[in-house]
Design a binder for this molecule. Structure first.
Ligand code: PNS
Length: 173
């Protein structure tokens, strides 16, 4: 029987409970699910390094037998073919996500018609959650409980404390 291998691509900077909700839903639907972190060396303004993002995702998915975590560079469709994947999983939280996701899905289909994009909705309680909002809240020391796993929260607190220490180290002339 044909195995359905899906790639769940994203920046995951950092992984949120919304991403994890989608991973849990996706791994029930597909035979194998590869969570693939996009590496973009040109515009690397990410808060966490690729290795840090990967470590967090691996820790949070260690109990899921058919889920692996990987990284990719370049076109998603090239990576899908390399991995023998037949599907891409993306989450849609609200109508506002739809336009960009539609554009990406249709462009990916044009590049590689053998790969289907499958959209899933995370639980409603995560519909307003994004990595960008999490970074923003964390940068001001705001509450993160329920938004990210404890490990990610601890890493966010540590990263912003490091940033703060780095800026206060600069002597004012
Ligand atoms: O978490 P994000 O930032 O929404 O993820 C976007 C991502 C990484 C899935 C998208 O930018 C991507 O697929 N990048 C790889 C380059 C590529 O294939 N671009 C063409 C997409 S139509």
């Amino acid at each position: 029987m044909k195995q359905i291998v899906a790639i769940y691509p994203g920046s995951f900077d950092p992984v949120t409970n919304g991403h994890l909700d989608l991973i849990h839903r996706g791994c029930k639907l597909f035979d194998r699910l590869v969570v693939a972190i996009a590496r973009n060396p040109e515009k690397d303004a990410s808060l966490f390094t690729l290795e840090e993002r990967m470590a967090m995702l691996k820790a949070m998915t260690a109990d899921l037998d058919n889920v692996t975590v990987d990284a990719f560079e370049g076109l998603l469709m090239t990576y899908c073919i390399e991995k023998n994947a037949n599907a891409v999983l993306r989450g849609i939280r609200a109508v506002s996500d739809y336009e960009f996701e539609l554009q990406m899905a249709l462009m990916n289909r044009k590049i590689e018609p053998r790969v289907e994009t499958v959209f899933m909705m995370p639980a409603e309680k995560y519909s307003y959650l994004s990595s960008r909002i999490v970074r923003d809240i964390a940068s001001f020391g705001g509450p993160l409980s329920g938004l990210v796993p404890e490990l990610v929260e601890a890493n966010l607190r540590r990263r912003f404390a490091q940033k703060q220490a780095a800026t206060t180290d600069i002597p004012i002339k």
